[in-house]
Design a protein around this ligand. Structure first.
Ligand code: RFL
Ligand code: PHB
Length: 390
């Protein structure tokens, strides 16, 4: 089989890239290891920046997001028994939408299939060939048979566990990494929202986050040991931990409900630089990971493919390689900004077991500062909504 752009991975990066290329008249094929049902039901991110909403809307896949997503104009920071609001819209003129990542995936899959796009689900044994030549190819197995996809470019959108990054020789790239000694325990629960906006809570017992999915389904997380087991956390223990960490002294309480899903995720910061080698380009989690405290991962995947789709369009229209050659450098500026913000939020909000009582007081002092100084709050807000100058 032959196409113009071969894309590995049908996460938000791969699907959106395929969709944006199609709108620019460029053909692509997406190869995905999992089934359609699996990618459409995996629970992950929830917060879309204004820029992400704009791309989805402008490219014609924002209808359900607009109708079913919840527009939030602020977030709350809870610490020392109180809650303080960061007025995102008042400080930046921009807001965020809470709309689940797997709903974005459903919208993108539907758009690609409606346009007769090719997404092959359940492929395996994917390998990359000839990426240093003008005629790269991807070999894979699908429905028991071996195939080769020949293309002009290979785009690795296969997430943090994919095969694409490893195709860049080690002496041509540098990996930067930080692994955090804690994880997040995530739950989905039936019930009404605890508050109108997301609550990020710092407590001596550890971090907690109250998010939402719909008026009847709530998403909550709390800091845990990454090696903890789901069995160690019966529902009663989860609710008492969330109450202990989030309830405020003036009586505002987390609203309990029936828990129907539990998971534990580790926390890591990671950047692979470069994001390009020959005719291979990396986008999204394949190239970088942020801890979820800044809600940046999905938004970075979107900004990568937005830059890449423009650069590919220029190449196909004029043969000019300058934008493609600048892709890695252009994308990495925004990525490092998000890496710093995500690390900073993580460090400010989590219980750090190696922190001295002095450093713990510094966390509270920093929270007091970002919630009382307009300048500091504005910096947090600009980073959170994604409109910071880079
Ligand atoms: P994905 O979504 O991991 O998709 C990669 C796809 O590639 C497939 N794949 C392969 N296919 C073929 N051959 C192979 N060899 C393959 N290897 C892998 C996989 O099956 C998969 O379908 O990467 P992508 O597209 O770069 O998207 C990145 C985002 O998914 C990720 O950054 C976010 O979910 C991170 N994240 C958040 N981001 C936000 O912007 N806002 C948030 O509120 C937010 N919350 C979160 C998050 C991530 C979380 N977890 C689970 C780490 C909350 C959590 C708890
Ligand atoms: C979520 O709703 O899943 C979510 C929200 C904010 C974050 C991370 C995850 O920072």
């Amino acid at each position: 089989m032959r196409t113009q752009v071969g894309i590995i991975g049908a996460g938000p990066a791969g699907l959106l890239l395929s969709h944006l290329l199609h709108l620019r008249g460029i053909e692509s094929v997406v190869l995905e290891a999992r089934t359609r049902e699996q990618i459409e039901s995996t629970i992950r991110a929830g917060v879309l920046e204004q820029g992400t909403m704009d791309v989805l809307r402008e490219s014609g896949v924002g209808e359900r997001m607009r109708a079913e997503g919840a527009l939030h104009h602020g977030i709350e920071l809870a610490f020392d028994g109180k809650r303080r609001r960061i007025d995102l819209h008042g400080l930046t003129g921009q807001s965020i939408t809470v709309y689940a990542q797997h709903e974005v995936i459903k919208d993108l899959v539907a758009a690609r299939l409606a346009a007769d796009g090719t997404i092959l689900f359940g492929v395996h044994d994917v390998s990359l060939h000839g990426i240093e030549t003008p005629t790269p190819s991807i070999r894979y197995r699908h429905e028991g048979e071996a195939h080769t996809l020949e293309c002009d470019f290979v785009i690795g959108c296969d997430g943090s566990q994919g095969v694409s990054r490893a195709a860049i020789p080690v002496d041509a790239r540098r990996d930067y990494e930080r692994v955090y000694p804690f994880g997040w325990f995530g739950i989905l629960a039936e019930g009404r929202p605890t508050a109108d906006e997301l609550i990020y809570a710092r407590h001596d017992r550890g971090f907690a986050l109250i998010s939402t999915r719909s008026p009847n389904v709530q998403r909550m997380y709390f800091q845990c040991d990454p090696k903890d087991s789901l069995e160690a956390w019966p529902d009663d223990r989860i609710w008492s931990e969330l109450h202990a960490r989030v309830d405020s002294a003036d009586g505002q309480q987390v609203i309990d409900g029936k828990i129907f899903q539990k998971n534990i995720v580790g926390m890591r910061s990671f950047v692979s630089a470069t994001m390009q080698h020959g005719r291979l380009f990396l986008a999204g989690d394949a190239a970088h990971i942020v801890p979820p405290t800044g809600a940046k991962g999905l938004n970075l995947a979107v900004s990568d493919v937005r830059i890449l789709s423009h650069a590919l369009e220029i190449w196909y229209r004029s043969g000019n390689e300058a934008a493609l050659a600048a892709y890695s450098e252009t994308a990495l500026k925004r990525i490092w900004r998000a890496e710093h913000f995500s690390w900073w939020m993580t460090r400010m909000m989590h219980r750090l077991d190696d922190a001295s009582p002095f450093e713990q007081q510094l966390q509270v002092a920093e929270l007091e500062h970002v919630t009382t100084s307009r300048t500091a709050a504005k910096s947090l807000a600009e980073n959170y909504v994604g409109c910071v100058a880079i």
